[in-house]
Design a protein around this ligand. Structure first.
Ligand code: P5A
Length: 440
């Protein structure tokens, strides 16, 4: 991609309406555009990053055997009346009527709809467990949408739903998802900590929020610092390993404010280990047993001819929120560096261009073509801005690697730079090798 053709409407200054850095940067660089309060269009760069995040989320769901489907955004009110949540959900639910006067709604979550899909297809215990998910837009008419796409009204969520025969199996599904979440956030280079949480309108009595530390976060958190040192690599998807993993996490106090109890905190956590700070909730998992299966009559036949209501859990990741959360975690001193796995481009070629002499531009184009041939996604700054403004701009765009062609770029060695590190002099082949290894 040539920068001069790229739809990246960069603003000269930080937009005054944005209070936190992710919102500022996303508007400044032209990743999103507000369409109305809490509703955004995703412009090419923002959309590309979000799609890469979505794909990592998807891969980790598939690894634990979850099956992807797609439910609609618009749902019928009928199933919500069956579960009893049509009234309970209140003003956050966007309610609409179709031309026949039927009550519909824009889905804020999908427990009811998935239960209806499940009950019409699965009648026997033999077909359990089932783990289904989709990645779909949700609408919640938040009272105070704020911080850009962090707390907005329309957002992209990955929501998964588990169906099991009994509590033990259901907890196994819950634990698998727990590990999948830790792995997902690790691949995004985020340190997300599971914290005991309230269940709110979803229900149930077992729930964890996955929270990353950030001053701009809306959740207050209280934790034993040692929880950050837990290594998850040693855990696998077997029942015993997953139980050990949960036990290791649960050894340490870690809760959000709605579960906070000062007495517990002070008695369970030594002074030096206490951490009180703020965080961003990037995921939330719930176990609620037969809350929905009972109300919606989702039961299966057992071997002895009896029936039982299936045990269900639901598991959410804020895919669009993650874009902002990653910026909050990685944007420092006005420099952005996207994790390589989700970077909008693998590398940027930034030549100093002299209007009267196109040697550097020709050289940059040759490098560009060679990188493209090697399947490297490259952004070439072919504009005639001066080099220092170009570099400042790239500090905001956040492509993690740069090839800079300055004044003396005749020689074969190129200036190759990781955005926050010292430059190195490398040949194009060495650069290609580094970038292709990174991609794997
Ligand atoms: C779990 C999946 C649920 O809705 N039902 C299906 C359960 N959980 S949740 O905690 O309410 O939401 C899951 C994740 O979605 C993100 N999120 C939001 N992102 C942006 N703007 C919002 N207004 C918003 N509300 C929720 C969060 O990351 C949350 O963890």
């Amino acid at each position: 991609m040539y920068l001069s053709n790229y739809f990246l409407p960069i603003l000269k200054n930080n937009p005054s309406e944005a209070q936190i850095k992710s919102h500022q940067l996303m508007l400044r660089v032209g990743m999103i555009k507000q369409s109305s309060s809490g509703i955004y269009s995703w412009l090419p760069m923002g959309f590309k990053i979000m799609k890469k995040i979505e794909n990592i989320v998807r891969e980790e769901q598939n690894k634990i055997g979850a099956q992807e489907l797609l439910m609609p955004t618009i749902q019928s009110a009928e199933i919500w009346k069956e579960s009893g949540r049509y009234n309970d959900y209140g003003d956050e639910m966007l309610r609409i009527k179709d031309r026949q006067g039927r009550e519909m709604l824009y889905g804020p979550t999908n427990e009811e709809l998935i239960t209806e899909i499940f009950r019409s297809a699965i009648k026997s215990y033999k077909l359990l467990p089932q783990l289904l998910y989709h990645i779909q837009w949700k609408f919640r008419d938040e009272l105070r949408p704020r911080f850009g796409i962090m707390r907005c009204r329309e957002f992209l969520m990955k929501d998964a739903y588990s169906f099991d025969l009994n509590d033990d199996d259901a907890v196994l599904s819950y634990n698998k998802m727990f590990l999948a979440y830790l792995k997902t956030f690790q691949r995004l280079e985020l340190s997300a900590i599971p914290m005991a949480a309230d269940t709110g309108p979803i229900g149930g009595n077992l729930s964890h929020e996955f929270v990353i530390l950030a001053e701009s976060g809306e959740s207050k958190i209280f934790a034993d610092k040692r929880i950050f040192d837990i290594k998850t690599e040693k855990y696998s998807l077997t029942n015993v390993s997953l139980k050990n993993m949960r036990n290791e996490f649960e050894k340490y106090y870690a809760v959000t404010d709605d579960k906070f109890n000062n007495k517990d905190f002070e008695s369970k956590v030594l002074k030096n280990n206490r951490l009180i700070t703020k965080g961003i909730e990037v995921g939330h998992i719930f176990y609620f047993g037969d809350k929905y299966s009972k109300a919606l009559k989702a039961s299966v036949d057992l071997q002895d001819g009896k029936k039982t209501d299936v045990k269900m859990g639901s598991y959410g990741i804020g895919v669009s929120r993650l874009v902002g959360a990653i910026i909050e975690a990685k944007f420092n001193n006005n420099i952005m560096k996207w994790p390589y796995s989700i970077s909008p481009f693998d590398v940027a070629v930034i030549p100093m261009i002299n209007k009267n002499d196109d040697t550097n531009l020709i050289k940059a184009e040759n490098i560009y073509n060679k990188l493209k041939k090697n399947n490297i996604d490259v952004l070439l700054d072919d504009t005639d801005e001066n080099i220092s403004s170009k570099l400042k701009k790239f500090d905001l765009i956040g492509v993690p690697y740069q090839i800079i062609l300055g004044k003396n770029s005749e020689q074969d060695l190129l200036e190759f730079k990781e955005i926050d590190k010292e430059a190195k002099q490398l040949s194009i082949n060495e650069i290609i090798k580094i970038l292709t290894t990174k991609k794997k």
